[in-house]
Design a protein around this ligand. Structure first.
Ligand code: VGL
Ligand code: ZN
Length: 189
């Protein structure tokens, strides 16, 4: 599961620490896991589904400073800043891409209730895929990654967090979040 590897969090208005490296390590990880699968997209998706989450805001979202929120404008729907990093595009499939934060009035850090184009939620799709274990990477550790991992755990999945494949707003905040996630039973690897 690739959380918010979007340009605004990588080199845009909310650029996070370690983001370029997290993307590169994620691409390597996926390449290792899918090696020998023949490169047919459906074959990769059947054996090793890769789900993408996108922060996807209207231009006047309530989390933006101009609206009284705490963040600079970011990941506005339809802008470059809201797009998935190009190195990951070969693995993106719209059925497995889930948007969150679309409602102007709601801050939504967790991707768990994100929805795909057909209106299916991430939780629903994980059920359909008969998932037991979820391997999570993305941005930012303290916010979306953490909230998504916690919701996955609550829903009964075994959650693995790939520590080289995450980026963060603040280094101390990142370490604290990792420690607290580990205490809850999330596997940091
Ligand atoms: C996030 C800040 C604002 C995140 C989303 O996905 O981690 N962080 N919006
Ligand atoms: Zn946001």
């Amino acid at each position: 599961m690739v959380v918010d590897m979007l340009y605004d969090f990588i080199d845009g208005s909310l650029a996070c620490q370690n983001a370029e490296s997290a993307v590169a390590q994620t691409v390597k990880y996926i390449a290792r896991q899918t090696k020998g699968m023949g490169g047919e997209e459906h074959e990769i998706l059947d054996t090793f589904p890769i789900l993408f989450i996108r922060d996807h805001h209207p231009a006047d979202h309530s989390s933006f400073k101009e609206q009284g929120g705490i963040w600079p404008p970011h990941c506005v729907a339809g802008t470059h800043g809201g797009e998935i990093h190009e190195d990951l595009l070969p693995y993106v499939n719209e059925e497995l891409t889930f948007d969150k934060g679309c409602d102007k009035t709601v801050e939504q850090y967790s991707g768990f209730e994100g929805v795909n184009e057909a209106g299916q939620s991430l939780g629903e799709i994980l059920e359909l895929l008969d998932t037991t274990d979820v391997y999570v990477c993305g941005i930012a550790t303290e916010y979306c990654v953490r909230n998504t991992c916690e919701d996955l755990l609550k829903a009964g999945f075994k959650v693995h967090l790939l520590k080289d494949c995450i980026a963060y707003v603040d280094h101390d905040g990142h370490l604290k979040a990792l420690k607290e996630m580990e205490e809850q039973g999330i596997h940091i690897e």
